[in-house]
Design a protein around this ligand. Structure first.
Ligand code: HEC
Ligand code: HEC
Ligand code: HEC
Ligand code: HEC
Length: 284
């Protein structure tokens, strides 16, 4: 299990708890209470051509849809109204297209991704976003087909408007290496867990690394890229070696276990053959 997989249900749970308390946002009923009710945002937009309709087909594949969260989670409005103007209800904080850094307000408001937003606010990119409308959450995560995040989602051409292509390539490559290491360690930790071997300390240290990586990705200041990245790489090197060693030991124990069983079988079978032979000789 990855920490982010834990984070997601938690943030959804927090969102569901916090939304009723917030004036304006998410006035649509929570998914569970809506069960069985028509959602007219999805119905009407599903019939639209162009971006209004694409939003639906994209959203359907997203983690948000998987969690039973619909259009009004982000856009507000009233999904119980079949009429467009009644659905796009400004009193229920309907937000149409996000303006400039509005998308950040859409994703990063309290109850949704407030913690990621708090990190992003300290980024030089937050300043750039306010001036030029990029790079925001949507630049890297997309708007409707939102999936579990990986650096592979980032398109270099979204960065090269402001940075030399070589620099961007370097940064993205080193982030991809960090993700590959995290993945390899997670795989080994899962193996150890499966074998009932100690893996908790690995998972806990890996969570620290993931928090650092989260901050690296979302702040991306020169400082983060130079120092935090080095720190992450050092931590990962140790963790990776430790986990690999433990897996090796677990695999060796498996081998010893297997050989012991095989030998025991051999002994039992030889003994049986021996007795059968001795018995038939006696008969003769
Ligand atoms: C009966 C049809 C209908 C319903 C119901 C409906 N919409 Fe729309 N929506 C439209 C159309 C048509 C547009 C295209 C732009 C326009 O005419 O306002 C649109 C535009 C939008 C836009 C883009 C606005 C912009 O500024 O570009 C968003 C976001 C949106 N709808 C979200 C929602 C949400 C959320 C709901 C439910 C709470 C909803 N819609 C319900 C028909 C509908
Ligand atoms: C996770 C939050 C989220 C959900 C859920 C969501 N949207 Fe959006 N939507 C956004 C954001 C953010 C933008 C602005 C995209 C941009 O600025 O590039 C947007 C933009 C739009 C637009 C303007 C055209 C476009 O693609 O930029 C329409 C229309 C729209 N959404 C309709 C919908 C409908 C219909 C649903 C439900 C099926 C929905 N959205 C669900 C976040 C969301
Ligand atoms: C609208 C302009 C803009 C866009 C688009 C943009 N950045 Fe930045 N970026 C900045 C600014 C401004 C800074 C802070 C000033 C600096 O240190 O260069 C910065 C800083 C950085 C830094 C740390 C500075 C360094 O070189 O050590 C990295 C790494 C970075 N950005 C990566 C990216 C990536 C990856 C993308 C694409 C998702 C991206 N940027 C998109 C404006 C932008
Ligand atoms: C420069 C690209 C970039 C930008 C800009 C960005 N993110 Fe991310 N985000 C990532 C990457 C890569 C990950 C995966 C690594 C991690 O978990 O930190 C991620 C992870 C996340 C996660 C963890 C959940 C998951 O999908 O695994 C959340 C929540 C999140 N981002 C929210 C935001 C919000 C909200 C904003 C805007 C305020 C934002 N991000 C802006 C690249 C970005």
């Amino acid at each position: 299990m990855t920490a982010t997989r834990h984070l997601f249900p938690i943030s959804i749970a927090l969102a569901t708890m916090a939304l009723p308390a917030m004036p304006g946002y998410g006035q649509g009923l929570p998914a569970a209470m809506r069960a069985g009710k028509a959602d007219y945002c999805v119905e009407c937009h599903g019939r639209l051509k162009g971006r209004g309709g694409i939003a639906v087909s994209e959203w359907k594949k997203s983690v948000h849809a998987g969690q039973g969260e619909n259009c009004n989670l982000c856009h507000g409005g009233n999904p119980d109204m079949a009429d467009k103007n009644a659905a796009h209800d400004a009193r229920l904080s309907f937000v149409g297209k996000a303006v400039k850094d509005g998308e950040v307000e859409l994703c990063g408001r309290a109850g949704c991704h407030g913690p990621a937003m708090a990190v992003f606010r300290t980024s030089p990119h937050y300043g750039a976003l306010k001036k030029s409308g990029k790079p925001g959450c949507v630049t890297c995560h997309g708007s409707h087909n939102i999936q579990k995040s990986r650096v592979a989602f980032i398109k270099a051409e979204d960065c090269t408007a402001c940075h030399p292509a070589g620099d961007v390539e370097k940064v993205l490559k080193s982030m991809a290496e960090i993700e590959a290491d995290i993945g390899a360690i997670e795989k080994n930790a899962a193996y150890l867990l499966d074998k009932n071997a100690e893996s908790r300390d690995i998972t806990e240290k890996l969570l620290d690394v993931k928090i650092l990586y989260h901050s690296l990705v979302h702040v991306m200041s020169t400082r983060e890229v130079q120092f935090t990245r080095k720190e992450i790489e050092l931590l990962l090197r140790d963790l990776r070696a430790g986990a690999e060693m433990r897996v090796l030991i677990a695999k060796r124990l498996d081998l010893i276990y297997f050989v012991t069983i095989a030998l025991s079988f051999l002994v039992v079978i030889s003994f049986m053959v021996f007795t059968v032979r001795a018995f038939s000789r006696k008969k003769e």
